[in-house]
Design a protein around this ligand. Structure first.
Ligand SMILES: NC(=O)c1ccc[n+]([C@@H]2O[C@H](COP(=O)([O-])OP(=O)(O)OC[C@H]3O[C@@H](n4cnc5c(N)ncnc54)[C@H](O)[C@@H]3O)[C@@H](O)[C@H]2O)c1
Ligand SMILES: N[C@H](CO)Cc1c[nH]c[nH+]1
Ligand SMILES: [Zn+2]
Length: 428
């Protein structure tokens, strides 16, 4: 892990180390463009070919239906079933609490404005399944989609070696009432949902995290096909801000938890003394040896760094520039830092709140902006699955009250037809 001392870094250098761009980003874009174009032009045929090329599976059908889903789901071990049930309940409770009805507002006497919520009718959910299959993501996307009332929910997830999905994903589908899973992964899944193919329905908005192919494809179809996306939710990352009250073993475990997602993940340690950094890295070296995914985890750690800061406030200053997907405040003084947070996807407070709890089961959503997009995007929530439509109603009294304001502003813009739409009513 590289090391920096914050006070020695220029502003430009801080910006530079916060960039998540990797060397081959432009080649990923070219590859994704060609995949998306082929799916758009050739539909299912391209999907079958890509399954064989990237997922190493020969598929004779691009999906599994209710009966097969139920049969796969029935093989789930009892403890996993009950863990999914608990996670489902917590995620449902938290997301259901986000459904706030707004009232009507009278901005002037007789001028009433309000918003009504409507579900996005057709949504596409991407459940990652490359280096690890993530049924937890299925819950994170499926539950708010159901609460919102989305009518058509299309689900894509890469085929596993047997050309199917696993029992955990299948059980999530049963719980969510999803009757078809498309076994398609990567950029080709995103393209299929954006343009539609013979088998895959076209959707209005695509949700879900994924590797750099998936994330790049979502950004591409947003501009090329006009498909909305939740946000760029790419390779996982965490920034841990630690002081002398942190537990080094806990911090090491949190850094490794995100690093194990993939070689392009990042785990950033920001600490108030060199001694704390050394202790945490010592623990990390011990823990990593025990991990089954230690090789890929080590690559992510090599792509990560530690930053020495003078105090927690300076640590927050750095964190806000980095804008982490996950921010862990490994300090007993977390309360005083909350007001200083301006950019982060999801925040974990204190020494007993591991980020893994949010990944699976506490209730918050784990689909979050990465690569600095937390500066402008929120993570997935119930809001992501709905549109807020504005309404207004103006009475005769309201027209009299607002009329001249609109007429004068329309005249100022030289738009007489706008002005007339008021004048004609005032006269009538
Ligand atoms: N930001 C978030 O909210 C969040 C949440 C969960 C997971 N994640 C991230 O999601 C990612 C999941 O990645 P994954 O790879 O395990 O699964 P994935 O499902 O995102 O990608 C697998 C697919 O990538 C495609 N692919 C693989 N190699 C390719 C190549 N060389 N060219 C073109 N396409 C290729 C294949 O089609 C394959 O099906 C991880 O980076 C993880 O950190 C992020
Ligand atoms: N940490 C991921 C979000 O970046 C979510 C996840 C799913 N499974 C385990 N972790
Ligand atoms: Zn995770």
């Amino acid at each position: 892990m590289k090391f920096y001392s914050y006070t020695d870094l220029s502003k430009d250098k801080v910006e530079a180390i916060c960039l998540r761009q990797l060397e081959d980003d432009s080649s990923i874009l070219e590859r994704v463009k060609s995949i998306v174009t082929r799916v758009k032009n050739e539909g299912d045929k391209a999907l079958f070919d890509y399954a064989s090329q990237f997922d190493k599976v020969i598929m004779n059908k691009l999906y599994i239906d209710k009966e097969e889903i139920e049969s796969i789901a029935s093989t789930i071990p009892a403890d996993a079933k009950s863990a999914i049930d608990t996670a489902y309940q917590n995620i449902r409770t938290f997301h259901a609490s986000q459904a706030n009805k707004e009232g009507r507002v009278e901005t002037m006497e007789g001028v009433e404005c309000w918003r009504e919520t409507r579900a996005i009718e057709k949504v596409g959910l991407y459940v990652p399944g490359g280096s690890a299959v993530l049924p937890s993501t299925f819950l994170m996307l499926g539950i708010p989609a159901l609460i919102a009332g989305c009518k058509e929910i299309v689900v894509c997830s890469p085929p596993q070696q047997d050309g199917k999905t696993n029992c955990y994903v299948a059980y999530c589908a049963v719980k969510l009432g999803i009757e078809r899973i498309y076994l398609i992964g990567g950029a080709q899944a995103v393209a299929a949902m954006a343009y539609g193919t013979e088998s895959v329905p076209k959707v209005y908005k695509i949700f879900g995290p994924g590797n750099r192919y998936v994330t790049q494809a979502k950004q591409l179809v947003q501009s090329a096909a006009g498909t909305a996306i939740d946000m760029p939710a790419g390779p996982s990352e965490v920034l841990v801000l630690a002081d002398e009250t942190a537990n080094p073993s806990y911090v090491a475990s949190d850094l490794l938890a995100q690093a194990e997602h993939g070689a392009d993940s990042q785990a950033i340690l920001v600490a108030t003394s060199r001694k704390i950094i050394d202790k945490i890295l010592e623990r990390l070296e011990i823990q990593i040896k025990e991990l089954p995914r230690r090789e890929v985890t080590a690559l992510a750690i090599a792509n990560s760094y530690a930053v020495l800061v003078e105090n927690l406030e300076q640590g927050m200053e750095f964190s806000n520039v980095y804008a982490p997907e996950h921010l862990i405040l490994a300090t007993e003084k977390f309360e005083q830092l909350i007001p200083l947070i301006t950019n982060a996807g999801s925040v974990f407070l204190g020494n007993l709140t591991p980020e893994s709890a949010g990944d699976y089961a506490s209730g918050t959503n784990h689909t979050l902006p990465t690569s600095g997009f937390a500066k402008a995007y929120s993570g997935v929530s119930l809001d992501s699955f709905v549109k807020k439509i504005t309404f207004q109603h103006i009475s005769r009294k309201g027209l009299e009250n607002i009329g001249s304001t609109v007429e004068i502003l329309a005249a100022a813009e030289g738009l007489d037809a706008h002005k007339n739409a008021i004048s004609i009513r005032l006269k009538g």
